[in-house]
Design a protein around this ligand. Structure first.
Ligand SMILES: NC(=O)c1ccc[n+]([C@@H]2O[C@H](COP(=O)([O-])OP(=O)(O)OC[C@H]3O[C@@H](n4cnc5c(N)ncnc54)[C@H](OP(=O)(O)O)[C@@H]3O)[C@@H](O)[C@H]2O)c1
Length: 279
């Protein structure tokens, strides 16, 4: 369905809604993947760091969906940045997933102080040119990281996957990405259900539309031209989070949610993350 699809800057189609699988365990994976596939998801967002690539790959294989219908994203972990390690750990990721290519491969954090992301990205460009990755991009890059990267490399990142939710809307970074044709994917799009979904502005809008708070927040992301990868291990929520293509928010409701922004980053500041910091 066209409404579900975003065309990346190289023309490659990416589903607007994918299942984030961070913290989904081996035991939970099959149920989550089956619920997602039944609900219409075809995109799955994992990372070497999540230690669940094998579980995701096995669940997808069991479901027997043609590989070409799936969109699989993984990420190169901080500790393995650098040209040779990137090739090595890309290979490990695709072996873990049981596939011979990735749809999207991302740098997980810039770790700029360690000065390796240019070399990392150059290895990704090579893999892209060899056809082993359909699109390449980054996560957690601020504008200055993107400027440095684009000055020194050839291919504009297709995606910047960043923390975005109504309390941390990243308006300026999104505008910069929009201007440079870099698709923003929101991670933590539901703010991990830590209070946001009970905010009266969100619950009032949800009641007016006859939708759930999560559906309203996810629709708000789509209204801002973002891709989303909500995580859930719960089949009902997985279905709920995909069931958002039958309504749109009015401009005044989008603006009301925009007004909730308090520049409240929940996770790490990308300028402060160095190789070896996160375990
Ligand atoms: N690039 C990066 O650095 C980075 C960092 C973090 C995350 N990510 C990616 O982004 C994905 C999503 O982010 P996230 O997992 O941090 O946070 P999130 O998607 O905002 O929130 C996930 C939490 O919300 C709950 N939830 C999901 N749907 C719900 C609903 N409809 N109603 C109420 N609660 C709901 C889930 O509970 P249950 O699971 O218990 O149902 C889970 O506790 C990750 O899985 C990962 O793929 C990327």
């Amino acid at each position: 369905m066209l409404a579900d699809t975003y065309y990346l800057n190289n023309g490659y189609p990416m589903p607007k809604v994918g299942l984030g699988v961070y913290k989904i365990t081996e035991e939970e994976m099959e149920k989550a993947v089956n619920a997602a596939l039944e609900s219409g998801y075809r995109a799955f967002d994992t990372a070497y760091f999540y230690k669940n690539e094998i579980a995701l790959g096995n669940a997808l294989k069991k479901a027997d969906i043609p590989r070409s219908d799936l969109f699989i994203t993984s990420k190169i972990w901080n500790d393995y940045q650098g040209y040779d390690k990137t090739i090595e750990f890309f290979t490990k990721s695709i072996e873990n997933l049981g596939t011979d290519y990735l749809d999207l491969f991302l740098i997980h954090w810039p770790c700029e102080a360690d000065n390796l992301f240019i070399e990392t990205y150059k290895a990704m460009e090579k893999l892209y040119k060899e056809g082993r990755i359909r699109a390449i991009g980054v996560c957690n890059f601020k504008q200055h990281h993107l400027e440095t990267l684009m000055a020194e490399t050839e291919i504009t990142p297709a995606v910047n996957q960043i923390e975005v939710h109504p309390y941390f809307s990243q308006h300026e970074l999104q505008a910069y990405c929009d201007d440079n044709d870099i698709a923003v994917t929101a991670w933590m799009p539901l703010m991990r259900n830590q209070g946001l979904l009970d905010h009266p502005v969100i619950t009032d809008i949800a009641n007016r539309y006859g939708k759930t708070p999560a559906q309203v927040v996810l629709r708000w992301h789509l209204a801002h031209n973002r891709l989303i990868i909500p995580k859930s291990k719960t089949p009902e929520r997985i279905k709920e989070n995909y069931d958002i293509f039958d309504f749109t928010l009015e401009l005044r409701d989008i603006a009301e949610i925009d007004n909730l922004n308090r520049n409240d980053r929940q996770s790490k500041d990308p300028d402060k993350v160095r190789i070896g910091d996160l375990k």
